[in-house]
Design a binder for this molecule. Structure first.
Ligand code: CO
Length: 141
């Protein structure tokens, strides 16, 4: 299949599965002790009001996410739904192109344009409302 083919998939890999937790250190310890996972990265993402830890699983990550402020979207999520899967991050070669494709299909997005994510990535979130109840993050490394 040619690279310009419209039917070619834009999601190249699962980048991470993000899990919202109340106690980040306790959740990290759980993954380390129970599954032998290694911490690959830890970062406070001020703009999103979260602290995250990435645990490596093959070429993907489990991302543990906790709010650092009461007005963080993750704080609201925990309050409303409790701990659990918050979003799925898919790797894409080009975040802007992938996001444009979502919008061109008439689907709702949270980010109108790509923006900086953690680890120096470029990301954009797709709204769960028109994505079958899943908050989707497009991740360009
Ligand atoms: Co994410």
């Amino acid at each position: 299949m040619s690279e310009s083919s419209k039917s070619e998939g834009v999601l190249t890999e699962i980048d991470h599965v993000a899990i919202a937790v109340n106690d980040l250190d306790a959740a990290v310890t759980y993954y380390q002790d129970t599954f032998g996972c290694e911490v690959a990265h830890r970062e406070v993402v001020e703009r999103d009001g979260v602290e995250e830890v990435l645990l490596k699983v093959a070429d993907s990550y489990v991302q543990l996410l906790t709010p650092i402020r009461d007005d963080s979207p993750v704080a609201k999520y925990l309050e409303k739904k409790g701990e659990g899967i918050h979003h799925v991050g898919y790797r894409v070669a080009d975040c802007a192109t992938a996001l444009d494709r979502v919008k061109a299909q008439g689907h709702k997005v949270i980010d109108e344009a790509p923006r900086p994510g953690s680890r120096g990535t470029t990301v954009a979130f797709v709204h769960p409302k028109t994505a079958y109840g899943t908050l989707i993050e497009l991740v360009e490394e």
